[in-house]
Design a protein around this ligand. Structure first.
Ligand code: NIG
Ligand code: FE
Length: 424
């Protein structure tokens, strides 16, 4: 058993059992402070929160003889680990040269059409071995953990053929089994149309060849895949192709979680809500009717502030999403185009560039992000019975993790996943 004690602030986010918070409820983050001896969290040997509250009270209930590890959090804050709801973390070949092109004025789609962008990464990822990809991926995962992430969505999508997509999913599976961090894995074979194919041919290959093969590997226990993703965009997959691929994924039990309304409005928000999508990412160009449909369907909007920042896009209408009852979550979108592994920086960008409050950003980076992945029953808040995924922030108030932009390395003094210290 593990006991974290004497925290100055304990930030459960919620203790209500809610699976998500939306509208004004995002402003009422549960923060425990003011108890003279601070606050404690007791974790069971199975990595689940067994007790929490003022240290003086927990002290009376806990059997010290059973406690193997004690962490003194005096003067510090305890928060849930961050949930990163959208990443592309398995790849070879960085794109620092494209960063320079974009700074000089090239657009994302100009680079993509010339065979750069995703295509550049696909070429390098196809050439890399499973082991090489795994090494690079695990290094990135440990950097995410140091930045406080304890559950992360990880996409394939730089293989674009059966062999290479499966290779990427196997790399993600290896990391899942190692258990440094919680993983939700996503098949994103429809991330781009492979050079030399039409989008129709690529759609057919995904539905008739790739998905059935992945299904077999899921049934044999070789792979665990949680979500299906498509990049629905002009020049990539159109609305109908996206719908067909998502439906095929849903039919094999995958959660729908896709890229929509990023550069052009295709009404993929309405389409996704109609399919009962768990989440749609980006949404810079979403319409009012799209937002209403998502709100009614309970489809989570996964907001990726690094994309608009890097590509000089209009940010998505987050205020209007929150006002209209859309469930809002955050992700880094970590990929070679947006090289950011850190949720604290993402929360800062969400506050400054999208006018979220710090409370809203925290809910979006914890409980609501877990909900986007269908995991909020066990993750995303500190409540008795939930998984002990938590971080200790070396500051007198939790808001410092957002306010001190770029300082997470010095502010996060410990990260715990399933009650095990995975970084300190
Ligand atoms: O979410 N928009 C599509 N996919 C990624 C970018 C991937 C890449 O450029 O390699 C995104 O921004
Ligand atoms: Fe993405």
């Amino acid at each position: 058993k593990l006991l974290v004690e004497h925290a100055r602030q304990l930030v459960p986010v919620t203790r209500s059992g809610a699976r998500f918070l939306r509208g004004d409820d995002m402003k009422s983050v549960d923060v425990m402070e003011g108890a003279p001896g601070g606050y404690s969290v007791l974790v069971d040997s199975d990595g689940v929160i067994a007790d929490m509250g003022p240290s003086e009270e927990v002290e009376q209930r806990v059997d010290r003889g059973q406690v193997e590890q004690v962490i003194d959090a005096s003067g510090r804050c305890v928060l849930p680990g961050f949930v990163d709801a959208h990443t592309h973390p398995v790849w070879a070949g960085d794109r620092v040269h494209e960063f320079a092109l974009k700074l000089a004025g090239a657009s994302y789609m100009e680079i993509h059409k010339q065979g750069g962008g995703i295509h550049y990464t696909v070429t390098h990822t196809r050439q890399a071995s499973e082991d090489e990809l795994f090494q690079a991926f695990s290094h990135r995962l440990s950097r995410m953990v140091r930045a406080g992430t304890t559950l992360v969505e990880c996409k394939s999508g730089y293989g674009l053929d059966l062999h290479n997509e499966v290779k990427m999913l196997k790399v993600i599976e290896r990391a899942r089994r190692l258990g440094l961090v919680g993983i939700s894995s996503t098949y994103c074979g429809a991330h781009a149309v492979p050079i030399g194919q039409t989008s129709k041919e690529a759609t057919d290959d995904i539905i008739n060849n790739q998905l059935p093969d992945i299904k077999k590997r899921m049934e044999s226990g070789e792979l665990t895949v949680d979500n299906i993703d498509v990049f629905c965009e002009v020049g990539v997959f159109d609305l109908e192709q996206t719908r067909e691929i998502l439906k095929a994924g849903k039919a094999m039990g995958l959660q729908i979680n896709f890229h929509g309304e990023e550069l052009h409005r295709l009404n993929s928000a309405e389409m996704g809500a109609g399919l009962g999508a768990d989440a749609i990412s980006h949404l810079e160009e979403v319409s009012k009717t799209g937002l209403t449909a998502m709100s009614q369907a309970g489809t989570v909007a996964v907001i990726l502030p690094t994309t608009a920042y890097n590509l000089h896009l209009q940010p998505p209408p987050v205020r209007s999403m929150i006002d209209n009852g859309v469930i809002v979550a955050l992700g880094t979108d970590f990929n070679p185009n947006a090289h950011c592994l850190a949720m604290p920086l993402v929360m800062n960008l969400a506050c400054v560039t999208m006018k979220m409050s710090m409370q809203e950003a925290l809910v979006a980076a914890t409980l609501n992000a877990a909900h986007a992945l269908g995991r909020s029953a066990r993750h995303g808040s500190l409540e008795v019975g939930k998984v002990a995924d938590m971080i200790i922030v070396d500051a007198p108030r939790w808001e410092h993790i957002i306010y001190q932009m770029g300082s997470h390395d010095s502010l996060i003094s410990a990260v715990m996943h399933k009650g095990q210290v995975v970084h300190s």
